[in-house]
Design a protein. Sequence first.
Length: 104
Amino acid sequence: MSRDDSGSFLPAYQEAEIVKKNPFASIDQGGVGKLMQTAVELGQKTRADVKLGICGEHGGDPESVKFCHTLGLTYVSCSPFRVPVARLAAAQAALKDEAVKTKK
């Protein structure tokens, strides 16, 4: 798949439920997300202080930002107009973690 020509096939893929969301804007947590989780785990085993993150449209997608937080990524990067949404999602993920820790 290529983002450059996704307009020619993505709407049909979404309509046929081959993909639920635009894979160029939202992380497929069950597929790509598992690969990311493996990369984080192996990277941190090799170097505990490694800084890991993502950039691009995924960095501005609220669900992807929250998912990256659960993986323990250090940062997300996105285009300037998506920064407010990304910051809000990151804050919500951090508050959710804090609430879980407080309940324990």
